[in-house]
Write a protein that binds this ligand. Sequence first.
Ligand SMILES: Cc1cc2nc3c(=O)[nH]c(=O)nc-3n(C[C@H](O)[C@H](O)[C@H](O)COP(=O)(O)OP(=O)(O)OC[C@H]3O[C@@H](n4cnc5c(N)ncnc54)[C@H](O)[C@@H]3O)c2cc1C
Length: 401
Amino acid sequence: MNLKSNEPFWLLKNGLIASYPSLKSNEECDVLVIGGGITGSLIAHQMVTEGYKTILIDKREICNGSTSATTSMLQYEIDVPLFELIEQIGEKGAVESYKACSDSIDTIEKLSKEIKSTSGFKRKKSLYYASKKKDVEWLKKEYKARKDAGFDVKWLESKDILKQFGFENTFGGILSKQGASIDAFKFSHELFKLNEKEGLQIFDKTEMTKVEYFKGYNLVTVDSGFEIKAKKIIYCIGYESKNLIKENFVNLKSTYAIVSEIDHDKFKNITNTLVWNTDEPYMYMRTTDDGRLLIGGGDEDFYDAEKRDNLLDKKEKEILKTLKKIKPDYHFYTDFVWAGTFGETKDGLPYIGDHKNFKNSYFVLGFGGNGITFSVTGMEMASQFMKGKKHLLSRYFKFGR
Ligand SMILES: Cc1cc2nc3c(=O)[nH]c(=O)nc-3n(C[C@H](O)[C@H](O)[C@H](O)COP(=O)(O)OP(=O)(O)OC[C@H]3O[C@@H](n4cnc5c(N)ncnc54)[C@H](O)[C@@H]3O)c2cc1C
């Protein structure tokens, strides 16, 4: 599967941070983590910290899947509004899912301090504004649901949004205290390097091609023919899980992002805020730690890579048109435009759990706009799986729900 177009910003900004050998011998381990993106880096970190002999493989270079294309906003807000999620799965599951994403932001902050990360983690507020008058009614309902659930939120009228952020033509919105942004590509690389020193064995350009199940272990064959005997497998293979799991559990789409030239002055009133709106598909933006404005959106309901990449120019214009509505005076000088595959689930929640067709195995698949925060929740869930325990969120994130 082709997961991204050329020129995703993080890959160009950071270059090839690290490269690892491919597998050239048969190996044994407690846990085999398949997939070396942000999810695999977090799960491997958890496993190594808990003392498991861990191997990680990736068929590409490390972090060259969706993790290089992400826009890395860290939000407690899920793509499905809280009040709607409550209607779909009940109050307990919905509020716990929102809280898990909120806790994940704290966990990433803690972890990035612990490892002395230079990946630009920055705490930010989050503004969710109504782009049409008709959206105000449900957005106020959403505001109330979040307030009732204990989240630190404020309702801003359009004049407050104009004053604080300089955005025209909005119809009010929710300002949340909890949010952050990071360079997930760099952060994952940092985690891999650190855990390699702690014993994690990393093999890139190593594709899992076959799994056989035996009593007490799995035998994984990779593309070069070598084998890994692993007591457990944790699949962190992102959107390519669609090729492995036969049932229809995620809709793959295409999404777009653009990044401006550096201009510390022009974007200063939103440096501390993530912004998204109620358009369908929604437009969202954040600044980067090197002083650029990053805007995403323009989602399309297909994932054909050629068709996706042919739309890059059109999507850039479309995204800039939306920006013009709220910032008519901005001139956005585009430096990079890229596209990526994106996964959407029926309830905006991830798939984290075991699957009846895969013995001794666990999946951590963080889909939607909260892919990264869900992957952080997956650390604790995978840890419970290794101990044979069920996590509180398992029933909401499981396959076949
Ligand atoms: C444009 C864009 C914007 C986004 N914005 C946000 C955002 O603001 N916030 C947010 O939280 N999320 C966002 N997301 C989603 C987020 O990027 C993803 O959830 C996240 O990157 C997924 O990471 P991952 O490690 O699970 O997958 P990946 O980074 O794709 O890693 C999976 C790895 O598995 C490997 N693999 C697959 N099959 C095999 C196999 N058989 N053998 C060996 N290796 C294999 C692949 O090579 C790949 O490297 C965005 C995504 C895109 C595309």
